[in-house]
Design a protein around this ligand. Structure first.
Ligand code: E4P
Length: 287
């Protein structure tokens, strides 16, 4: 499974890239806002164009970076998608345009199929598209059919919706069980559009794409903790896009730290001598 970093903060991106495990980056308007607001007091406002160019260059060729359009109508999304691609793909050949699968807002305003039509128009122009805000397998199917190269099911937000429906209070990074939760009676499973968890959403999309040999990569998005990454890998997600904090938590384990303490305490001088500088050459020796 490929690992993308879900961040627009350049310092995080550079650090994660330096670890050698980043296959791409995803941004969205909220992540861009966080980056813009993370400027220290007295620092100049962000030069957005230059900043995004630095992100693209830092991540590098062959590692896609998703940039989201701001508009909601098909005409404007196509115009913005083309503009973003033309302006930014030249930096490292890795720009991907993020289009919401459906741009109807919470008040029911907007055309239902503008997202799908915009994906289709941009894909026809050979612009790689990441269909975002995917909450059902049906939306993923429509996006893939329209020509999206990637779909982003929002696993964590599905879990949030189920917990809210069940009246459960929770913190963002809390683990949500893969097989779902029951209602107060303990008899009925709580679901969101027939799904018992965000990981189930990812699993259903992966199964459907495999069954019908649909060439569209599944990016497990809205990831909240390391166990969710493990579960998305187990159900066959092609990619998980992971926030910096979750990525850091993935490498930690108390057993590993205890082992480090024990091994460090057990280092005998004879063994440490192996690493001393060679008397003749002054070079560090490794054997
Ligand atoms: C990435 O493509 C998504 O925009 C992102 O994962 C959303 O995450 P959130 O639900 O934690 O905001």
């Amino acid at each position: 499974m490929k690992l993308f970093l879900d961040s627009a903060i350049l310092s995080e991106i550079k650090e994660a890239v330096s670890w050698g495990i980043v296959d791409g980056v995803t941004t969205n308007p909220s992540l861009i806002k966080k980056a813009a607001q993370s400027r220290g007091e007295g620092e100049e406002a962000i030069d957005m164009e230059g900043y995004i160019k630095q992100i693209l260059a830092s991540v590098g060729r062959l590692c896609p970076v998703s940039l989201e359009v701001a508009a909601l109508s098909v005409e404007e999304m196509v115009e913005q998608g083309k503009m973003l691609y033309e302006r930014f793909d030249s930096v490292a050949g890795n720009a991907v345009i993020k289009i919401p699968v459906c741009t109807m807002n919470g008040r029911g305003e907007g055309n239902l199929f503008d997202g799908i039509a915009a994906i289709n128009e941009l894909a026809e122009e050979k612009i790689p598209i990441n269909a975002t805000l995917v909450f059902t397998p049906e939306q993923a199917l429509l996006a893939a059919k329209a020509g999206a190269e990637y779909v982003s099911p929002f696993a964590g937000r599905v879990d949030d919706r189920i917990r809210r429906k069940a009246g459960i209070t929770f913190e963002k990074p809390d683990y949500f069980p893969l097989n779902g939760i029951t209602d107060e009676s303990g008899k009925e499973m709580v679901n969101d559009y027939g799904l018992l968890s965000g990981v189930e959403l990812v699993a259903r999309i992966v199964e459907m794409f495999r069954e019908y040999e649909i060439e569209c990569e599944v990016i497990a998005a809205s990831i909240r903790n390391a166990i969710q990454v493990r579960e998305c890998a187990a159900v066959g997600a092609d990619i998980a896009t992971i926030p910096f904090g979750v990525l850091k938590s993935m490498v930690m384990h108390p057993g590993t730290s205890d082992g480090i303490d024990a091994f460090t305490a057990d280092l005998v001088p004879e063994y440490l001598d192996l690493f001393k500088a060679d008397e003749n050459t002054g070079q560090e020796v490794s054997e």
